[in-house]
Design a protein. Sequence first.
Length: 100
Amino acid sequence: MKEVTKNPFRGLKLTAEEKKILKAVESGRYEVVDDLDSLKKLYKQSAENTLAKLKNINIRLSVRDLEKLKVRAAESGLPYQTLAASILHQFSNDKIKVAL
């Protein structure tokens, strides 16, 4: 006797978006991810970093230091505030060390 397997998706009505996804999967445009949990963690962290709120701070610098910062920022093609924020971010994440 031949065993009959039932397809639980037979007759299922798909939305236009679901049909588009199904067609993409069937045509091989999606690929299997080996370590899905690590990838999810990476994307979650990226999203959290992107959505992190910014806080304004005031820093007192000498005029001379500020001018030097502006020159270095211009050489890098960045606004000086962005350069200062980047330096502070790298320092707070132990990516650069400061000699005091």
